[in-house]
Design a protein around this ligand. Sequence first.
Ligand code: ADP
Length: 573
Amino acid sequence: MTIKNKLRAGIGFLFTLALICCGMSIYFLNQLSSDAGAILKDNYKSVQYVQNVLSTIDSHPGKLTPEQIKVIDKNMALQDRNVTEVGERQFTDSARLTFEKLKEAGNDELQERQLSLRFRQHLYNVMRVNMDAISRKNDIANATSKRGSLLVAFLGAFLFLVAFSFAVNFPGYIANPIKELTARIKEVSNKNYHQQIHFESNDEFGELGEAFNNMTRKLDEFENSNLASILFEKRRIETIINSMQDAIIGLDEKQVIIFANQVACNLIGMKASQLNGEYAPDIALENDLMRKLLVNDQAKLRIFADNHEGFYSRESLSVSSKDKVIGKVIILKNITEYQQLDEAKTNFIATISHELKTPISSIKMSLKLLEDERIGDVNPEQRQLISNIDDDTRRLLLITGELLDMAQVETGKLQLNFGSTHPQNIVDYAVKAIKFIADQKHVEIKVKCDESLPKVHADLDKTTWVLINLLSNAIKYSHEKSTVELVVKKHKNDEIEFSVTDHGKGIEDQYLPRLFERYFKVPNTTSEQGGTGLGLAIAKDFIEAQAGKISVDSEIGSGSTFYFTLKRAIAAA
Ligand code: ADP
């Protein structure tokens, strides 16, 4: 049965019960009224007639007057037609008979009194019979009323119980399935798709339950098929990552290892099962490579694994989703081959520049001899050619020198001769060496170096070389007749800072970070100005090898300032 019909049946049932109750009440009220009516109609009237007769007799003692007789006749006739009780007929007839005799009685007073007495007697009997009937019928009416009240009370109590149980159970009948459905829907929203509802009824709730079960079944199937495809994709990505030559390690935002491919496992020396799900800093406590990967921000790592030494470049990528960092991927690229090629290149450059130095020096010697008048006269054109060759030889010597320095740095063969030097010494050597070029361009070098400055812990030659290089660049990129400032001052507590400022064309911001890279030259630098692009790279290596720092500030159109710092010498040194 549908809920609609159940509701109809329930309300109809209650309505029927209410109707029955009303019907019963009306029936008993009717019965009561008919009982009372019977008393009024039959017996009360008889009593009334008899009383009328008696009062008429008593109104005029003695012989009956014609008026009395008329009234008594009338009432006796009415009583005659109103006989209802057993025995009443007999008393009524006797009364009538006696009354007839009384009417005919002559002037015999005694007889008249006797007849009148008998007449009264019969009338009293009629009255008694009716009074008895009234009393009896009253009892019957009382009994009817009691029975009616009792029955109506029973029916009312029964109706109350039925209505009460209906009121208690019916809301639950509607609300319970809705409550259960709500709870299941909440579970479904938490992705718990194994939900099934079993409504036993065949009504709309039964259909609803069936529809809900179908829905969760479909969702479950969908979830499983989705899961299967996600798992498939995961396996595919894992296979791709595992087949890569680079070591790849994935960490979540809490530094828990999510995956590590085979190459990474080999390098770390642990199995994937030992790594996955572990907190990376915990692994780092006992694993050097993991410690380097987490702590060290070195771009190049030397790793010894599988009895081989290899070089790896380290790259760390943050993984973000919706502007929130959800983890990072560390990639170790095997660059051993490039490293070996690079070393070969460096060795080659070192050998070549070393080998070139001797013949270039001998060319320079020969040029010196050619300039000597004792060897013979040279005409002005030849002198110009000799001067050009001399310039080029000087440049060649500078380039081979720089290449050699760089090769030394790259092969780790850089030798530093540390000593305790006053900054003024470094400044004097450098300014002296660069004076000729500065004068040629009419550039004034303004030096500010306080004599009270403490000594520095440095390699005099290398630091002078760096300062000459910076001054040489500053002059090169300055306009004619301008100034270059060389300032030396205290920086922090234990450092001395050297700065070289020019007022040349300046360097664009975008090139500043690359300025100290090997072979880097700012685009559009004329070949006349530019050299090998190694000067600043070597300067950086020299300064960093002495635990100092080198940096640059520049503004297009205003000029540039190059800074480097050196450690202050310890007092005893
Ligand atoms: P180079 O031997 O070519 O001068 P450097 O390493 O000394 O090589 O300089 C690298 C590049 O930086 C130069 O090619 C030049 O473009 C730029 N540079 C260096 N110093 C200055 C400066 N003071 N003003 C403008 N540009 C400069």
